[in-house]
Unconditional design. Structure first.
Ligand code: NDP
Ligand code: 2IT
Length: 446
């Protein structure tokens, strides 16, 4: 390891003990940025790297609520307000039993760079809770959301901090959170994004992360004169991002052969077409069932406790969670002829897996670039809320498409190496950094 990176990481690990995912996210960025900062010493003198890795504010709170039996339950709530130099704090809320401070800090850190790449004026944040919505009734989810917002409301606002969804937080949760915020503040504002279309939401926001992830893959492929048409695609996850990535890939002529959840994956060699995807959407969004039921319905193979990366494919879209592709799985993908990895999830590849993709010189689009379409469209929702004027589906989709092309162009600008290889990791890290770092310098030592 570069000794400068090592020295910086010793500082980060000392200040943030035990937060492994946060260390991982910071180290990846530091590896791209430290050589760049050496060439641009103004960032060094202002100690931007040290400042950018320290949250502006960390909020941790108790979330007590009553379950359906009348018993008291206690969870922990968080909001990490990482950086506000280019706009109000912005980023999702995750409700999942694995949530802890380190995971949310890694997500908030990534969000700063991602939001900068979108071209829109948004700072970076992330929040959530170790609450598990799985197996809870709608009423339990509502009471939890109301309790969570009863504390969070005092820290957020449409010009201060604008949360949205992430794992375990979809339209249902955003509705309950918004209702409680409105009641406490007596204000109808764009304080959350991902709202329902009848009450201030944006068309295309539900689709945006998966569509954007696919548009980004299409852009990467176009640099090699290729496209999604006719490609075999492995997708992991079966939630919001996975569903709409599958929809767009299929519309563009690709064949999606896998989807998964935390229990296993299904392999459908004929492809998950529009009709079958409708079944998955109903299964996951309404019945809240398990992906295994797809295998039973369509008589395809189900691999329990396995991840899809053992299946031969041209394109891989990890769209479930962090560290879901390890080194061996990355090697298997490359060996099987995979030419493109477009990350819908945040940090789904381990550092060793990333190295395998970079060494093989395949098209590798890291999450902070490839999944930025979701937050970008959240930004467009904020714009429409401010104007009090909704845009059409076509208008929002066209803007999303344009933004993904622009993010790709930024990665090419900052990530192209002497031999012409585009290192999208460096491209996204440096491209996301410059705007934020310049704003931090302009605003002084704050
Ligand atoms: P959802 O909650 O809608 O879906 C999550 C999916 O991932 C489910 O299929 C879930 O399976 C699976 N999953 C979650 N945790 C694990 C785990 N530990 N191991 C295996 N599978 C798991 O979330 P989203 O689709 O919104 O989010 C997916 C990813 O995309 C996350 O990394 C998120 O941070 C990222 N992302 C989301 C954006 C958005 O707009 N929603 C924007 C940008 C990135 P199960 O149901 O069994 O838990
Ligand atoms: O990781 C992400 O970018 C999100 N979960 C979406 C955040 C947002 O504010 O829309």
């Amino acid at each position: 390891m570069d000794p400068r990176v090592q020295q910086f990481m010793a500082l980060i690990k000392g200040r943030n003990p035990g937060e492994n995912e946060f260390h991982q996210a910071v180290q990846e960025v530091a590896e791209s940025l430290i050589p760049f900062i050496e060439e641009n010493p103004k960032y060094k003198y202002a100690r931007i790297l040290e400042r950018i890795a320290e949250p502006e504010r960390t909020i941790i709170f108790r979330v007590p609520w009553l379950d359906d039996k009348g018993d008291v339950q206690i969870n922990r709530g968080y909001r990490i307000e990482m950086n506000s130099s280019i706009g109000p704090y912005k980023g999702g809320l995750r409700f999942h039993p694995t949530v802890n401070l380190g995971i949310l800090k890694f997500l908030a850190f990534e969000q700063v760079f991602k939001n900068s790449l979108t071209t829109l004026p948004m700072g970076g944040a992330k929040g959530g809770s170790d609450f598990d919505p799985k197996g809870k009734s709608d009423n339990e989810v509502m009471r939890f959301c109301q309790s969570f917002m009863s504390e969070l409301f005092r820290h957020i606002g449409s010009d201060t901090d604008v949360p949205a969804g992430d794992i375990g937080v979809g339209g249902r949760e955003i509705g309950y959170l918004f209702g409680q915020y409105k009641r406490l503040r007596n204000e109808f504002t764009g304080v959350l994004t991902g709202k329902g279309i009848e009450w201030g939401g944006s068309l295309i926001r539900p689709e945006a992360t998966g569509y954007g992830n696919t548009y980004f893959a299409e852009e990467m492929l176009s640099t090699r004169g290729d496209s999604i048409e006719g490609k075999v695609v492995c997708i992991s996850g079966s939630g919001n991002v996975a569903q709409f990535a599958a929809e767009k890939v299929t519309q563009l002529g690709g064949r999606v052969v896998t989807m998964s959840d935390s229990n296993g994956f299904i392999y459908d060699p004929k492809g998950i077409d529009a009709e079958k995807l409708k079944f998955i959407m109903e299964l996951k969004n309404v019945k809240r069932g398990r992906i295994k039921e797809y295998a039973d319905k369509y008589s395809v193979e189900y691999f329990e406790d396995k991840r899809p990366w053992i299946i031969k494919c041209d394109i891989a879209m990890p769209n479930a969670t962090q560290n879901e592709i390890n080194e061996d799985e990355a090697k298997t993908l490359v060996k099987n002829g995979c030419i493109c990895v477009s990350e819908g999830a945040n940090m789904p590849s381990t550092p060793e897996a990333v190295q395998v993709f970079l060494n093989a010189k395949i098209l590798y689009g890291p999450g902070k670039a490839a999944n930025a379409g979701g937050v970008a469209t959240s930004g467009l929702e904020m714009t429409q809320n401010s104007m009090r004027l909704p845009w059409t589906r076509e208008e929002v989709d066209a803007r999303l498409h344009m933004i993904m092309k622009s993010i790709h162009a930024t990665c090419v600008r900052y990530g192209t190496k002497d031999d012409g290889f585009i290192n999208y990791v460096d491209g996204a890290n440096i491209g996301g950094f410059v705007k934020v770092a310049n704003a931090m310098i302009a605003q002084g030592v704050v």
